[in-house]
Design a protein around this ligand. Structure first.
Ligand code: MG
Length: 342
């Protein structure tokens, strides 16, 4: 057997079968029946939500994660942002001819670990091979299915005037970890050791479940601030709900290494990507209990109340009060701060 991907691995013939049997099934397969053309899934009663996302991150492995963990967490988190319990994933792999099989094996194993951690099953998959130069190593697309528990109604359009804006932790970690790794920037410590810039890539459904247990129907909206960062996600929520928001910049947690890297590169951490953080919009009477539940969860230890929702629209959707006491408009990201961040 070759130790790199060949075009014939995508032929649907013997080599395709070998790839499935030696890499995909051992990590992601389930020994409970023959391989069918479509998977049968059982769903608990409730509203079913479904999402899909393509992953093209470069490099494929970065401090704090890799494309495998990202392809699971990103999709699980989109389900969680509707209040759903994530249940099933599908995965499509676009492989470039010449991609090392050992690296594929490592990334699929990582994906399997992330799926097990998130409590989801990968129930269907597909592999295609494109010729050298037609892709960059490996692209993954995942789709996810989840069920929203009875009584949970979470929508981007749910923010109401008076609501409190909660943030589950520090921003910019994923974006700056990718940037530093890709550009070979020396933000690492003087002594050898792990980079202080680590992606926050993590599945958020457990944090959401803890928040729902504390805040219930008083949690009106959730969003994970991925591409475009906190600033863009806040603008999306404000637009969808037709409200405005004021954010207290000093209340937004930002790790020192991220702040230092942003200062050096002239980047605004409020626009840098995250893969393990969420924004929650909660009714004022439930904000404190929800925040306490977030802080009691390992993925929300640095959670903070960062702002308020208001009616009307005078100057813009989202206004930030800077640490100096001045105000600035926080627009959605225009253009691309960093391509192929996820
Ligand atoms: Mg999202």
């Amino acid at each position: 057997m070759s130790d790199v991907i060949l075009l014939a691995h995508g032929s649907g013939g013997l080599l395709s079968q070998e790839l499935v049997e030696t890499i995909f099934l051992p990590h992601l397969g389930h020994p409970d029946g023959p391989l069918e053309d479509a998977a049968e899934i059982a769903l608990a009663p409730g509203r079913v939500v479904m999402t899909t996302d393509g992953y093209v991150v470069r490099p494929l492995t970065f401090p704090g994660g890799d494309i495998g963990t990202l392809a699971v967490c990103g999709t699980v988190n989109d389900l969680a942002m509707r209040g759903a319990r994530p249940l099933y994933l599908t995965a499509g792999f676009i492989l470039e001819e010449g991609f090392p099989l050992a690296e594929l094996d490592r990334l699929v194993a990582s994906m399997a670990r992330a799926a097990a951690d998130a409590g989801v099953r990968v129930v269907a998959g597909d592999t295609k091979v494109v010729e050298r130069g037609a892709a960059d190593g490996l692209f993954i697309t995942t789709a996810g299915v989840g069920v929203v528990p009875e009584g949970v109604r979470i929508s981007a359009a749910g923010a109401r005037p008076g609501d409190v804006v909660l943030l589950s932790g520090s921003v910019g970690d994923h974006g700056l970890a990718i940037l530093a790794q890709r550009e070979g920037l020396g933000f690492g410590p003087a002594e050898p050791g792990p980079s202080p810039l680590q992606s926050d890539c993590a599945p958020l459904h457990g944090l959401v479940a803890a928040m729902l247990a504390a805040g219930g129907a008083s949690i009106h909206a959730l969003r994970d601030p991925t591409r475009g960062g906190l600033a863009t996600a806040l603008n999306e929520l404000a637009h969808a709900s037709d409200v405005t928001m004021t954010i207290d910049e000093a209340a937004v947690p930002i790790h020192d290494a991220v702040r230092a890297a942003c200062d050096l590169l002239g980047l605004d951490p409020l626009y840098a990507a995250n893969e393990g953080k969420l924004i929650a919009i909660a009714a004022p009477e439930a904000a404190e209990a929800t925040l306490a539940a977030m802080r009691a969860h390992p993925l929300g230890a640095e959670a903070a109340a960062i702002g308020r929702v208001h009616a009307g629209r005078e100057v813009g959707r989202v206004v930030v009060r800077t640490p100096l006491g001045t105000h600035r408009l926080l627009d959605a990201l225009t253009g691309e701060q960093l391509p192929r961040i996820c």
